[in-house]
Design a protein around this ligand. Sequence first.
Ligand code: SAM
Length: 282
Amino acid sequence: MKLKEMRDLLTTEGIQLTKSLGQNFLHDANQLARILASAELTPGDRVLEIGPGLGPLTQLLLGKGARVLAIEFDRRLVEVLKNRWPEHPGLELISADALRYVRETQRDWSEWKVVSNLPYSVASPIIVELVQSTIPPARMTVTLQWEVARRLVAIEDTDEYGVLTLLVQFAYEARGMFKIPSDCFFPVPDVDSACVTLVRRPTPLLPPELAGSFEKVVKRGFSQRRKMMMKLLKADWPEARLKHAYDELSLSPQIRAEKVSLDQFVRLTQLLASPTDSTGSK
Ligand code: SAM
C-alpha cells in the first residue's frame, strides 16, 4: 500500500487519525517486505496481527497464505478493512482492545505467530501479556518504538536491560532486529522504530510453578535500580536464604540487578524457592 493510496483512502473515508492510538501507518514497501521475511511464514500459518490499521501488513500476510486474526481497536478502520476484504476466508477481523482481548481470552497461542506493527502506547504491555499467556505464541515479529525494541534484546550491564528484557527473554530468544526510520510511516512519528523477532524457547528455563517467583525476584531486584539487589530482596526473602543463594552463585552482596544475567536470575529463583514454599517468601 503506497503512501498516496493511504492518504486517498483516509480522505475518502473522512478519517482523521488519532495520535493516542499510535496510528502511524507503515507505507514503505521495502520495510514491509523485510518484516514479512523475518516472520518466516508458511501457507496455512495462524497469524495474530494486532492493530492492522489500513491493512498494509495484513495484505502481505494474506498473500503468504496465512490465516490471520486481526484485532483493531478503531471501529472506523475496522469498517475500512471489512470493505477491503469482504468475506476473505483467510481473515478474521475483531473490533476490540487487543490488550484486553489477550488478557481475557487466555487461548492456546502455541501454534500462532504474531506479526504486528504495534501501537506505541500499549506495545510493552501487549508483549508481556502474550509472553505470560498460558501457552505463548511460537514466534513474534513485532515493530515497535526503537527504545523499547532495544530493551527487548538487551544484555546485562546496559542501560536498556531491565524488567521488560528479563520477562521477555525468560520465555523467548531474540533473533534479530532492524531499524525502521520514522519517515517510513505516515504520519511521521517523533521516534524511530525497529522490528524485532522473538522465538519461543524450546524448553522453558524454569518449571511453570516457578515462573511467578522469577517475575517476583526480577521486579523486586529492579524496584530501585541503583540500590544493591540484596537489600531489596530482603523485603521478600530471609537473609540467610539470600546469603546462601548469593554464595552458591558467587554473586557479590553489593551487586545491582542490572549486572545480574538472565541465567543468574534463573538460578537465583531456583535457590530462593524452598520445598515447602515455592515462592521463597518469608
Ligand atoms: N499495521 C498498520 C500499519 O503497519 O500501517 C497500523 C499500525 S499502527 C502503528 C497501530 C494500529 O493499532 C492502529 O491502527 C491503531 O488504531 C491500532 N490500535 C491502537 N490501540 C489498539 C489496541 N489497544 N488494540 C488493537 N488495536 C489498537
